[in-house]
Ligand binder design. Structure first.
Ligand code: ADP
Ligand code: MG
Ligand code: ZN
Length: 612
C-alpha cells in the first residue's frame, strides 16, 4: 500500500518535471532566439556605439543593443573581465564606459534552475529504480513487517488467546504447559542443566487448532508471538526465503523470550532432494537457513520455535533430530467429549436456548474438526438470527450440521416427478438395508432434498465412537451403500446414474479391505502395493505395484466377490420387505425427509423389528 502510494507519487513527479522541464526550455528558447556573434563583432559594435548594455556571466556575454535586439557572445577567459577583452579588441576605454556593464547574477539563477530541471528526471528515474529495488528486496516481506508489528502489539496488548480457548486437546495442553513454564521461568530449568526444548512440532489434520494452540502458548506465557507461514517463504524472488528466515530470527532474538511460529512447515521442510521435476533450490535454501538459525541459538536464548504441519511423514529428517523439532505434540480430531467442550467454548457469551443439548450435538458430528464446529456454531447463529430468534436453538444446530456435512440446501432445483420417485426409492433402499443390518450405523436422517451436489442423502451416525472397524461392519455398510442401486433395479427394472458415488465409495472400501487390511480369505494376511509420495506440484500419492499379474487378477476377483456378496444381501432384504420399502419411499415423497425415529417406526409398523 505504502509503496504503491510512493510509486504513484514518484511517477507523478517524474511526469511533472519532464513537462515543466520541456516547457522551460521551449519557453526560453522561443523567447530568446539569441544569435551568437563572435567576440570580435562585439568589439566592433561597441566601437560603433550601438551596444546599450552587456551582462557578463562567466564566459557568456549577453548583449542588448540600443535598438532593443539582443545577442550572445562568448569570451575566451572568464576571469579576465569584459573590459580587458574589449581593450584587447582595440575598443577605447571611453567607448567601453558608454556601455552599461553588469557582472554575474543576471542569468545565473535561471542557469542553475535549468541545470536542475535538466537533471530532475534523472533524479526521479534513479529514485524509481531505488524504490523498485527495495520493493523487490523486501516489499512483500511479511517476516519483516508482520513480525515487527506483532512484536509491538504483543507487548502492549495482552494476548487474548489462552489455553481456555482451546478445547478437547488436553494431552497436547499438558505437553505444552512445559513449554509455557520454560518461557516463564527459564532459570528453573537451566539451573539443573536441562536443555531447553527448542522446537515443538504440532502435528494434526487441518482445522484441529494447531495455529490456535501456538497462539495460546504465547498467550499463556505472555510473550511475543512471531508467525510466518511456510508457503510465504516460497514466494516470488529467489533467495528471499532464506533472508526472511534470517530476518525473522533476528527480530525474535531481540524480543526473547518469545515464540516463533512457522505454520505449515511442510511447504519448506519437505525431504530434501525428493522433488520430481523443477528446481527446489529455493526451498532447500530456506530449510537450510532454518536449520542454521536453530543451531545458532545460544543455550540461553529463550526463543522457542513452534511449527505446525499436517504431513509429518514428509518432513526432512534433519528437522526432526534432537535439538531441533524434537518434540512432537499430536493434535487430533476431537472425540465426542472434546467436541462438546469445543461447542461450549464457541457458544461462550452467545445466547443459546435452554433445550439445546450440546452433548447431543457432539454426537451428531463425528469426524468434525474444531474449525468445522466453529463453522457449525456460526451457521446455527446466522440461521437463528434470520428466523428472528433471541437464541440459537436445537433445530438450527441440527440443520447446520446437515449443511456443514452435505452442503447447502438447494430448494430451487426442480426434479421432475418420475425422477423424484426414483430418488425416493434409491434413498429408501439405503435406509431400509442400513436399518435391517445389525452392524451398520443407525440411520439419522433420510432426505430427498438436494444439498450441495447431491440430489438426496441418507445420513447415518455411529452410536458410539470407534477406532477399530470390524469386517462384519464393513460388509453391512457395503450392503447399505449398494441398497440404493438395488432398490432402483427391483422397483423400476432399470438402473440410473444416481449410484455413481455409491459405487465409487464401495470400490474404494473393498479395495482397501483386500489390499490394506488383509480381510480377504483368498489373498490372506498381507498388503499389496506400496504407497509412495510423489512430490510434484503439491501432493500426489501414487501406488507402486509390488505384486505380479496373477496376483493383480486375484485382487480384482476378490474385490468383485466381496461386492457381489454385499449386493446379494441388500437384494435379499429389499425383496423380502418390499412393502416396507414402498412405505418409506411414499413417506419420503410426501414429507421429503424422514428422521431416524420415524424410520424405525415405519419399519415397526410393518411388523418388522430391526435386528439390532
Ligand atoms: P489448524 O491450524 O490446525 O489448521 P486452526 O488453529 O487455524 O487450525 O483452527 C481454526 C479455527 O477452528 C480456530 O480459529 C478455532 O476457532 C477453531 N478451533 C479449532 N480447533 C479448536 C479447538 N480445539 N478448540 C476450540 N476451537 C478450535
Ligand atoms: Mg493453521
Ligand atoms: Zn445412493
Amino acid at each position: 500500500m505504502l509503496h504503491n502510494k510512493w510509486l504513484r507519487f514518484g511517477f507523478t513527479l517524474l511526469l511533472l518535471s519532464v513537462v515543466i522541464g520541456m516547457g522551460y526550455f521551449n519557453f526560453f528558447q522561443d523567447k530568446q532566439p539569441n544569435p551568437i556573434i563572435p567576440i570580435s563583432k562585439l568589439g566592433q559594435d561597441v566601437q560603433s556605439g550601438v551596444v546599450k548594455s552587456l551582462a557578463v556571466n562567466g564566459t557568456t556575454v549577453n548583449i542588448v543593443y540600443q535598438d532593443g535586439t539582443t545577442a550572445t557572445s562568448v569570451q575566451s577567459a572568464a576571469d579576465s573581465g569584459i573590459e580587458k577583452t574589449l581593450a584587447n579588441l582595440n575598443v577605447s576605454p571611453n567607448q567601453v564606459a558608454a556601455v552599461d556593464i553588469t557582472y554575474g547574477h543576471a542569468t545565473e539563477w535561471s542557469d542553475v534552475l535549468s541545470i536542475l530541471l535538466a537533471f530532475l528526471p534523472l533524479v526521479f528515474i534513479g529514485g524509481m529504480i531505488f524504490f523498485f529495488m527495495r520493493r523487490a528486496q523486501n516489499g512483500n516481506n511479511p517476516a519483516r513487517s508482520f513480525s515487527k508489528s506483532k512484536a509491538r502489539q504483543a507487548s502492549n496488548v495482552k494476548p487474548q488467546i489462552t489455553f481456555a480457548d482451546v478445547a478437547g486437546v488436553d494431552e497436547a495442553k499438558q505437553e505444552l504447559q512445559e513449554v509455557v513454564e520454560f518461557l516463564k521461568e527459564p532459570g528453573k530449568f537451566t539451573a539443573l542443566g536441562a536443555r531447553i526444548p527448542r522446537g515443538v512440532l504440532l502435528v494434526g489434520p487441518p482445522g484441529t487448532g494447531k495455529t490456535l494452540m501456538a497462539r495460546a502458548v504465547a498467550g499463556e506465557a505472555n510473550v511475543p508471538f512471531f508467525s510466518i507461514s511456510g508457503s510465504e517463504f516460497v514466494e516470488m524472488f529467489v533467495g528471499v526465503g532464506a533472508s526472511r528466515v534470517r530476518d525473522l530470527f533476528t527480530t525474535a532474538k531481540k524480543n526473547s523470550p518469545c515464540i516463533v511460529f512457522v505454520d505449515e512447515i511442510d511447504a519448506v521442510g519437505r525431504n530434501r532432494g525428493s522433488g520430481v521435476g523443477g528446481s527446489n533450490d529455493e526451498r532447500e535454501q530456506t530449510l537450510n537457513q532454518i536449520l542454521v538459525e536453530m543451531d545458532g541459538f545460544d543455550t540461553d536464548t529463550n526463543v522457542i520455535i513452534v511449527a505446525a504441519t499436517n504431513r509429518p511423514d514428509i518432513l526432512d529428517p534433519a528437522l526432526l533430530r534432537p535439538g531441533r523439532f524434537d518434540r512432537r505434540v499430536i493434535i487430533d480430531r476431537p472425540d465426542m467429549l472434546g467436541r462438546k467442550q469445543i461447542l461450549e467454548v464457541h457458544f461462550k457469551g452467545k445466547p443459546i436456548s435452554d433445550e439445546v443439548d450440546l452433548g447431543a450435538v457432539a454426537k451428531l458430528t463425528p469426524g468434525f474438526s474444531g474449525a468445522d464446529i466453529e463453522n457449525l456454531v456460526n451457521e446455527a447463529a446466522i440461521l437463528a438470527a434470520r428466523r428472528e430468534k433471541k437464541a440459537t436453538g436445537m433445530i438450527e444446530l441440527q440443520e447446520s450440521v446437515e449443511k456443514v456435512m452435505a452442503g447447502p440446501e438447494r430448494k430451487s432445483r426442480r426434479v421432475i416427478e418420475e425422477e423424484k420417485r426414483i430418488i425416493a426409492y434409491h434413498e429408501a433402499g439405503h435406509a431400509l438395508v442400513m436399518q435391517m443390518l445389525p452392524n451398520s450405523d443407525p440411520v439419522y436422517k433420510v432426505s430427498i432434498t438436494s444439498r450441495g451436489t447431491a440430489l438426496s442423502y441418507t445420513m447415518h451416525l455411529p452410536a458410539d465412537e470407534r477406532y477399530l472397524q470390524r469386517r462384519s461392519k464393513f460388509m453391512d455398510d457395503l450392503a447399505g451403500v449398494l441398497g440404493g442401486r438395488v432398490a432402483e433395479e427391483l422397483v423400476f427394472g432399470d438402473i440410473t446414474t444416481n449410484a455413481a458415488n455409491d459405487l465409487e465409495s464401495t470400490t474404494q472400501l473393498v479395495r482397501a479391505m483386500v489390499t490394506r487390511y488383509g480381510m480377504s480369505d483368498v489373498l490372506g494376511q498381507r498388503t499389496f502395493g506400496a504407497r509412495e509420495e510423489m512430490i510434484f506440484l503439491g501432493r500426489e500419492i501414487s501406488e507402486r505395484r509390488n505384486y505380479g499379474e496373477a496376483v493383480a487378477r486375484q485382487i480384482d476377483e476378490e474385490i468383485k466377490k466381496i461386492i457381489l456378496t454385499a449386493y446379494a444381501q441388500a437384494r435379499e432384504i429389499l425383496q423380502a420387505y418390499r412393502d416396507v420399502l414402498d412405505a418409506i419411499a411414499n413417506r419420503l415423497l410426501l414429507a421429503e425427509s424422514i428422521d431416524g425415529v420415524e424410520l424405525a417406526r415405519l419399519v415397526a409398523d410393518q411388523g418388522l423389528y430391526q435386528c439390532r
